[in-house]
Structure formats: structure tokens, C-alpha cells
Design a protein around this ligand. Structure first.
Ligand SMILES: *Cc1c(COP(=O)(O)O)cnc(C)c1O
Length: 249
């Protein structure tokens, strides 16, 4: 496809890659260590085809209803599919049919459901433990209940993730599942807070897991607005949507 939309995406992609290169220079890192996952949610399968034509190898989606048909429509392209959204247990088997990497594994029941689905599909899935990066407000004067008025429940509930001190349990379950391969951690920076310390907490969580699983090599962190901070903290996978494809409706 060589249309206006392709040219728009190509320009955005070049700008995003330049930001990543600059962030790597600032952090003393090799850009070859970074995988750009372009998040295609809300955009059509044709955009996935355009991205593949522009050299993108990894794409991400957060809803099975949308991802499944898009993955099917672009099956002949040699793409790695990343599932990055909150995943209901009853959708796990469907996701296991097309996803190569599931970033959002945050509970034991989901590990079991993914293992069952992967076994049935005859596939092996790479899995990341999603760690909750929201600062714990704790019991505070005027905010006695966690999740109270100082801590809006909506977006926080959507971001999900396991508490850092429970990540080891989820990791162990993934590691012992025959059709799942534990690769690392994923996190989403808290809304309205500095992403840098949150990404450092994620890097710490990865380091703690590496004591038991030295081969872990993936830290998925950073989106359009905070990819520089993620690169500085050691991210290997950036999940970038709107900077490449435009703002979502
Ligand atoms: C949508 C989404 C992204 C991409 O966000 P942008 O701000 O568009 O770059 C990254 N990670 C997750 C989990 C998402 O849902």
C-alpha cells in the first residue's frame, strides 16, 4: 500500500524510532535491545498490513474481540502478536490461538486458562507477569480505605497487575506450565504520577524474579507519552500506539 495513510504512518514511525534512538543514547543503551510493539487497537487490519510493509515486526492489541479477526486477516504476514490488555479467564483460550506473547498475566486462574488454551491449540505462549505500578496509598488521614476517593477505582482497576510481592507466585505458575514460557514483566505507569519511579519499581521486580529465573529477558514498559522514562529504566519492549497511528477516536 502506497497511499496517504501509509505515508502518515511512515513519518510517525520514523519519529518514534528517532525518539527511541535518542532515549537509548541518553541511557547509554543499544537500540538493538529494544523491540517496538505498535499497538493497533481501534485501527483496521489494513493499518497492520501497512505497518508490516514499513518493517514493523511486532503488534499489540488489548481486546480479543478486536484482535482475533485482525490477526486472522493478516495471518500471512510474519508478525509477532502481543496481547497487552486485561484478559478474562473465559477469553484466554481464544487469545492462545493467535497471541505469541501475553503481557498481562496477573493471576493464577489466568495462568491455568492460558495453559489449557495453549495446550489445546498446540502452541507455546511467551508470558509476562503484569505488575501493578500504582503507588500504594495505604491508610492515610482522609483516605482510610484503599481505593477510596483519593484513588479513583475506574482506571486503576482497568490497568490491573499483580502486587509486586505476589509476582513470584504468578511467575512460578507460568514457569511450571508446560505450554507457557516465562519471559519477564510488564507494567503500565500510574495515571497522573511520574512514570520514572514506577518503571524503576518494575525493573526491581524483574531483578527479583531473575534471582530464580536468570533467563528472563523482557521488561515491557513505556507507551507514547513515557517511552523515554521506560528506556532509561531498562525496558526491552515499548508499547506505542497513538504516536505511530494517531489519536484514537
Ligand atoms: C493502548 C495501550 C498502549 C498504547 O498507548 P499509547 O498511549 O497509544 O501509546 C500501551 N499499553 C497498553 C496496555 C495499552 O492498552
Amino acid at each position: 500500500m502506497a497511499d496517504a495513510r501509509t505515508a502518515e504512518i511512515a513519518a510517525n514511525l520514523a519519529a518514534a524510532r528517532e525518539r527511541i534512538a535518542n532515549a537509548c543514547t541518553a541511557a547509554g543503551r543499544d537500540p538493538g535491545e529494544i523491540t517496538l510493539v505498535v499497538v493497533t487497537k481501534t485501527w483496521p487490519a489494513d493499518d497492520v498490513t501497512r505497518l508490516a510493509g514499513l518493517g514493523v515486526t511486532d503488534v499489540g492489541e488489548n481486546r480479543d474481540q478486536e484482535a482475533a479477526p485482525k490477526a486472522a486477516a493478516t495471518r500471512e504476514l510474519d508478525l509477532t502478536w502481543h496481547f497487552i490488555g486485561q484478559l478474562q479467564t473465559n477469553k484466554a483460550a481464544a487469545v492462545a490461538r493467535y497471541a505469541d506473547v501475553v503481557h498481562s498475566v496477573d493471576r493464577l486462574a489466568l495462568v491455568q486458562a492460558l495453559e489449557k488454551g495453549a495446550a489445546k491449540a498446540g502452541r507455546t505462549l511467551d508470558c509476562l507477569v503484569q505488575v501493578n505500578l500504582d503507588p500504594d496509598p495505604g491508610p492515610q488521614p482522609g483516605n482510610p480505605v484503599r481505593g477510596g476517593c483519593a484513588d479513583p477505582p475506574g482506571p486503576i482497576a482497568q490497568r490491573g497487575g499483580v502486587a509486586a510481592d505476589e509476582a513470584a507466585d504468578v511467575a512460578a505458575a507460568i514457569d511450571s506450565a508446560e505450554h507457557l514460557r516465562l519471559r519477564g514483566v510488564m507494567g503500565v505507569a500510574p495515571l497522573g504520577a511520574d512514570p520514572a519511579p514506577a518503571f524503576v519499581r518494575l525493573a526491581d521486580a524483574l531483578a527479583a524474579l531473575r534471582a530464580h529465573y536468570p533467563g528472563l529477558d523482557v521488561m515491557s514498559a513505556g507507551m507514547s507519552d513515557d517511552l523515554e522514562q521506560a528506556v532509561a529504566a531498562g525496558a526491552t519492549h515499548l508499547r506505542v500506539g497513538s504516536s505511530v497511528l494517531g489519536s484514537r477516536a
